[in-house]
Write a protein of this length. Sequence first.
Length: 376
Amino acid sequence: MAGDGFRRRGDAWTTLVDLPRDPVTGKRRQKRITAPTKRACKELALRVLQDAEAGLLSGAERVTVGEYLDRWLASVEPNLRPSTFRRYSDLMRQHVVPVVGNVRLIKLAPLDVQRLYASKLEAGLSPSSVHLLHNILHRALKQAMRWGMLSRNVTEAVDAPQPVKPECKTWDAAQTATVLAAAAHDDLEAFWRLALLCGLRRGELLGLQWPDVDLARGTLAVRRTLSRGKGGSWELGAPKTAHGRRSIALPASCVESLRRHRIQQLERRLELGEIWQDRDFVFTNQTGGPFHVNTLVRRFRALTARAGVPAIRFHDLRHTSATLLLAGGVHPKVVQERLGHADVGITLNRYSHVSPQMQRDAADTLDAMVSTAKRA
């Protein structure tokens, strides 16, 4: 970087110094230097260049925490899933910005962040949400260091609350059968069966399209998920992890339920004609568009009440499926593949409450094998 020449203007000397490009937008930046003498102008320009190379002229001396977070969120949005970006954005703009958003970025202190966490916990935000907030803020400030806007990450000097693992509530086999019986005449019967017997995530079910389903072979391919994107629009994206892209063998009851669902959907499509939105979704609203999450939650609560079983979260249907499989003696590796977990360790750790009975069964099986061999 260098000045573009020194010029005299009246009683002063001036020059332009090229600064590093804006780290977010990539735009060229310059700073005009003015001094009473040419020598003083040169010395001032040199100091500006030295400060720029040290990262001290990145604009952080004027940028507030709120302004920086807006720039950072814009920079990471293209690399995040829509649902993840929305979560990041909500936590930063609803909880961080109102508390420390007006603080200058370079003036943000560990005590400011610690007070932020304490105020959120006192206001009723869960320890898990505050822990996630801490991780996001740490990532944002780490990027500020890479861009030369900060010399340290103050979140590293702050103690964040530890996340609380939510209690895993599931239905047993009898309760599951009761729910499926209550859903027998529900137009979403196939949806409830896939959720309970195949352990698909909500977004995977909502993003399921008919080309993903092979009823003749009794298989289903998970290729995409449906989630809320920017501006509240529906967006199809890749599964949560690479292992999320998977093929699942369907129980016979799911195949039959999907066949009935397909016929009912085709009848509805013919009835509506041009009004029908032909997007190939397996589960849709009344006109073929994406099924709204709020409607799904309301329908799930109604089904649970109709069946007379304990209330659980929709995501607990996935836990129910895994628990029943493991309790039934299905190999954990198979359960891992059906759920789309990245590693079988995740499956075993998450469903460790099933392990004691599996351990007992293994011990009894081994004892019986040795006794049989001894008698022979």
